[in-house]
Write a protein that binds this ligand. Structure first.
Ligand code: FE2
Length: 377
């Protein structure tokens, strides 16, 4: 018997956030099989699971819980692609030497942590990635979603099933207002340095029937070496994909491309437990769309507009869960059912230290066509 207690998040009146739960009564450092059964069921039902007071949890225990969702998978979700100097991921992550699937992320100078010495972490600021930025004089109070994404290499390695985040040091701060800056007037008040989550299932459910059909039948082709490819380009102001200015790194200037590593994935991924469909697209890495009738949409601007139209309703302010981090929080999320984004900006002397872990999966996500075949069988 597990003493784990699952409590769905309570959300304000009118919120469309229908995911997220807290689990109490477990110690991640000493998980039992019965605890894991509860956690697994909760993960696929609630997508984002919050454990409080887990400051003592070791990198090893973090890896073991993460890995338990896919025991035959062992390499970090991005594999060795982090080492490519041009990748947009490179500056944001430091690898723990004795547990290489666990990365340290955050902000500020840390003299020593888990075998890493004298590291300087940098919380990414939207001005380094977006085509436009919040004006300097507003930067303390206003911010953006940095980049909505799935944690996935999207080239070669299969997208991790789950990601875990451990809050080791959290500067207590002010709140900021996220601006979408896309002409809608949308904005959202969030805690400083929040991680924002949206549900891919809600993203799907909000669409009109014809867009759901489009999402169910379209496949998304990702660029080879996507994080290097996108490094010349800049993001939309809502963090949901790139603007099209022809600034992507040309394919012949990328590292050698192995065609069999290029990924064409369903636009909707099926929940392995309840069969629900989530719109799961990493919008910044999309290069082509393969439509139901066999047409391949090649024009990048058109591709991005089509994807943005499907995804934008799902990141509306009332769909976003913005986690208010406290030291010792351990968050486990279903990387195949939610999108997430870093938010906000810290001063240099605000030290924030987090650990992140995911593992490249042993299998690719299920798409809707598999559900149809299974139902017919
Ligand atoms: Fe991430």
């Amino acid at each position: 018997m597990s003493s784990a207690v699952v409590t769905p998040l309570s959300v304000p009146e009118g919120s469309k956030v229908n995911f997220g739960a807290t689990i109490s009564g477990v110690d991640i450092e000493k998980l039992t099989d019965a605890d894991f059964d509860v956690i697994r069921a909760a993960l696929f039902a609630h997508q984002v699971i919050i454990f409080k007071n887990q400051a003592h949890v070791s990198p090893r225990a973090q890896f073991e819980l993460t890995n338990r969702f896919d025991p035959t998978a062992t390499s970090y979700g991005h594999g060795a692609t982090l080492d490519a100097k041009r990748s947009v991921l490179h500056p944001d992550l430091k690898t723990i030497p004795h547990q290489p699937q666990v990365q340290v992320i955050g902000n500020g100078f840390v003299p020593e942590y888990e075998g890493l010495q004298n590291i300087t972490l940098r919380h990414p600021h939207h001005k380094t990635f977006h085509a436009t930025a919040v004006p300097e004089q507003d930067d303390l109070n206003f911010t953006r979603f940095y980049r909505w994404h799935i944690d996935a290499a999207l080239y070669g390695l299969a997208p991790p099933v789950v990601t875990t985040l451990q809050a080791v040091r959290v500067p207590r701060g002010r709140r900021q207002t996220v601006r979408y800056d896309d002409g809608t007037g949308d904005e959202l008040s969030v805690p400083l340095g929040t991680t924002a989550f949206v549900s891919g299932y809600t993203m799907y459910d909000l669409l009109p029937a014809k867009d759901q059909e489009f999402a169910r039948t379209t496949r998304v082709e990702y660029a080879p070496h996507p994080y290097i490819w996108m490094s010349g380009a800049r993001s939309r102001s809502d963090g949901l994909g790139m603007v099209s200015e022809g600034k992507e790194i040309p394919l012949d200037q990328l590292p050698a491309i192995e065609d069999d590593k290029i990924q064409v994935l369903p636009m909707c991924w099926r929940n392995p437990v309840d069969g629900r469909l989530a719109v799961q697209v990493h919008p910044s890495a999309v290069r082509r769309l393969h439509l139901a009738d066999g047409t391949v949409v090649e024009d990048l601007e058109t591709v991005r507009e089509m994807v943005h139209r499907v995804q934008r309703p799902g990141i509306a302010p009332d769909c976003v869960y913005a986690h208010d981090w406290e030291e010792g929080d351990f968050v486990l999320f279903h990387n195949r059912g939610v999108l997430h984004s870093v938010v906000g900006a810290f001063a240099e002397d605000e030290v924030r230290l987090f650990r992140q872990c995911n593992v490249a999966a042993s299998e690719f996500p299920l798409g809707p066509e598999v559900a149809t075949a299974a139902a017919a069988a």
